[in-house]
Design a protein around this ligand. Sequence first.
Ligand code: GRF
Length: 226
Amino acid sequence: MASRIAVFASGAGSNLAALLSYLASAGETVPGTVSLVASDRPTAGALRIGANQGVAVHTVRNPQDGAELNAVLSDHQITLVVLAGYLKRVPEAVTRRFHARILNIHPALLPAFGGSGMYGRRVHEAVLAAGVRVTGATVHFVDEHYDHGPIVAQWPVPVRTGDTPDTLAARVLRVEHRLYPRAVAAVATGRVSLDAENRVQGDVAALSSHATFTLSTEETPLSCAP
Ligand code: GRF
């Protein structure tokens, strides 16, 4: 049965838009439908995008209140939760209930540059300050800690000389838009799952194989040559 997906977002909602368009082009094999968009910010672009596409939207009154969130998730019969730029910690009552059915995307290669306070522009500032040559995007299952659960997929993105936090954020975001819908679909269909020991199982190689494609066609290829 197709998953009923809730997207939680605090910001512009470009990852939500990417997911909606990916699902719209999936035809009869559609792995799920976005049935709810929830945000802690009444002005979030994500709520507008959801409403414009006829998706039910909900402004979260108290992000710490697991009962409120669980009630709205039940009302919409949600089976998979997708965090897309959601800046609040999801209460344990929700992460426990949706164990192995809740995903997040982070705009760096975890476990580096993640954790409390590491979001948005701050991530890319930290990447540039550290002088690393490669950053990327990480999709992971969500547990009760920030940016911590088992990793589903990662795509690398090169850091270029002269990058600013904004140029780097834009390059990573383009990769997020390609990676996240594919990872969501893989979990929605059960092609990727968590086992009893909390290890990611399934077709994870297929998800990350797109990384080579992305780097070689849209970005400066990462070279292994001397
Ligand atoms: C993305 O970079 C996501 O990785 C991060 O917040 C940003 C959200 O962007 N957690 P958008 O709201 O999907 O446009």
